[in-house]
Design a protein around this ligand. Structure first.
Ligand code: GDP
Ligand code: GDP
Length: 441
């Protein structure tokens, strides 16, 4: 595989004559965009490697499909365009800023919408940056937020467009993609982590494997269960004898952090006879900071004399002491008696599914626009936060990029409000989600 094969692909689409090829060539001519030179003339080139802000991607001009051969008929072109979109990490959807929208624009919007890729809507031919142009006003109706006015001809906002592209490029995954759910079992000493791991492992097919690239004593365990296939992360750390000396506490926080970094979903074990302690809250924070899934397992319920009363008590404690994670899932277990293990693993899978969920861009923008209408953002230094456009840039964790006038204007509480709005639009129970604010002119 060459480097080019693994570069994320950025695909320029739009109906004929909106200026796709002109934009493509403008990017290639942009001094700050380092373009890989290939044999062949620039004019006929349909793809090029571009580097912008230290990120590299392959830019594809689907305009070339139309002009290469004059007599190809439309369905064939659309098939090629669709294929290009399917391979895209980011789509640049071009409309004409001066013309009104045509039926072809709507057809293209439908194709783009169905692909559910992060999409940047640009209105080209905004030569003098006049935002009153018909095409710009109408383009908002396509469901991809307010278009970015650009001019390929006069080099207006092309850099901003590239900034947006880079903001939406996927991070290079640290962990190889696998269907197994990666679970870290975490918690303070003596809550029953080892017993839980042994209870899960005790009854299932187990493959213990050393972890490449980590300390030699980190051991991951693969396990297949009726609830799904999992990797239990760093079981060696969990199964370590519980007798801790001085300095070990710090080491175990480090170890927890490392395990959490490598997991999809963290299972926080708390001692059901003691309730939620400050240390439990702190450990939950590690999962939240790393934007992971979180399931709380309240353990040792076999010791509860009045289960109904204790359950309500534990729930109250979680609501108040882990209230910064209202999306966390929880369940009640006894590692000793192997009760509740199946429910626990099911919740882990639920959290994992939530991490892979996507909201279509038009729906996301509609939801956020409504939220902002219903609760107008407060003025900060006499300026008001304005959202141009939002899109889901990735999964694992679900990551949303919001292009706004000024990221500094987004208050912590307003950010929480927008996060809640996104969570109401799709089920992200069990997982952290990320909101990234980017400035756009
Ligand atoms: P494509 O079919 O989408 O690839 O469009 P082209 O890049 O071939 O451009 C179609 C026409 O629009 C050409 O005549 C271009 O010169 C013109 N054009 C492209 N970009 C701009 C622009 O920013 N401003 C103006 N005024 N014309 C443009
Ligand atoms: P770790 O330090 O979190 O790994 O905790 P351990 O698994 O070593 O368990 C600590 C203590 O709690 C041991 O004495 C276990 O026998 C006990 N324990 C763990 N799980 C349960 C449970 O579900 N019920 C009861 N009654 N005791 C448990």
């Amino acid at each position: 595989m060459t480097a080019t094969d693994v570069l994320p692909r950025v695909v320029i689409v739009g109906r004929p004559n909106v200026g796709k090829s002109s934009l493509f060539n403008r990017v290639l001519g942009e001094r700050r965009a380092i373009v890989e030179d290939e044999p062949g003339t620039t004019r006929d080139r349909l793809e090029a490697d571009v580097e912008w802000l230290d990120r590299r991607f392959r830019l594809i001009d689907t305009g070339g499909y139309e002009t290469n051969e004059q007599n190809v008929y439309a369905p064939l072109i659309m098939g090629q365009v669709q294929q290009a979109i399917n391979t895209a990490a980011v789509v640049i959807f071009v409309v004409d800023a001066r013309d009104g929208l045509t039926a072809s624009d709507y057809d293209m919007a439908e194709v783009v919408r169905r692909a559910q890729k992060p999409t940047i809507l640009v209105a080209n031919k905004a030569d003098n940056e006049a935002r009153e142009l018909t095409g710009i006003a109408e383009a908002s109706a396509l469901g991809f937020g307010e278009p970015l006015p650009v001019s390929a001809l006069h080099d207006v906002n092309v850099r901003t467009m590239l900034d947006m592209v880079v903001a939406l490029l996927p991070d290079i995954p640290l962990i190889p993609e696998s269907d197994r759910t990666r679970v870290a079992i975490i918690g303070r000493p003596n809550v029953g982590k080892s017993m839980l791991v042994n209870a899960i492992l005790g009854q299932e097919r187990v493959i213990v494997s050393d972890v490449a690239g980590t300390t030699r004593d980190a051991i991951d365990t693969e396990i297949d269960t009726p609830e799904g296939s999992f990797v239990l992360i760093d079981t060696a750390g969990v199964r370590r004898p519980g007798k801790l000396g001085t300095g070990v506490e710090r080491h175990s926080v480090l170890r927890t952090t490392r395990a959490v970094e490598r997991c999809d979903v963290a299972v926080l074990v708390v001692d059901g006879t003691e309730g939620v302690t400050a240390q439990d809250t702190h450990i939950a924070g590690i999962a939240v900071e790393n934007a992971k899934g979180l399931v709380i397992a309240v353990n040792k319920i076999d010791l509860w004399d009045d289960p109904a009363e204790r359950k309500a008590w534990a729930e109250r404690q979680m609501r108040s002491r882990i209230r910064f994670v209202p999306w966390a899932l929880y369940t009640f277990i006894s590692a000793l008696e192997r009760r509740g293990l199946s429910e626990l693993l099911q919740l882990v899978q639920t959290a994992r599914e939530a991490r892979r969920r996507r909201i279509p861009t038009p729906e996301l923008n509609a939801v956020l626009a409504r939220a902002i209408r219903e609760h107008v953002p407060p003025l900060v230094h006499n300026k008001r936060f304005k959202l141009f456009y939002a899109t889901q840039a990735g999964i694992d964790p679900p990551t949303f990029v919001l292009f706004v006038n000024d990221p500094e204007l987004v208050h912590f509480s307003y950010r929480r409000y927008l996060e809640r709005a996104i969570r109401e639009a799709a089920d992200f129970e069990g997982t952290a989600i990320k909101l990234v604010f980017r400035a756009r002119s």
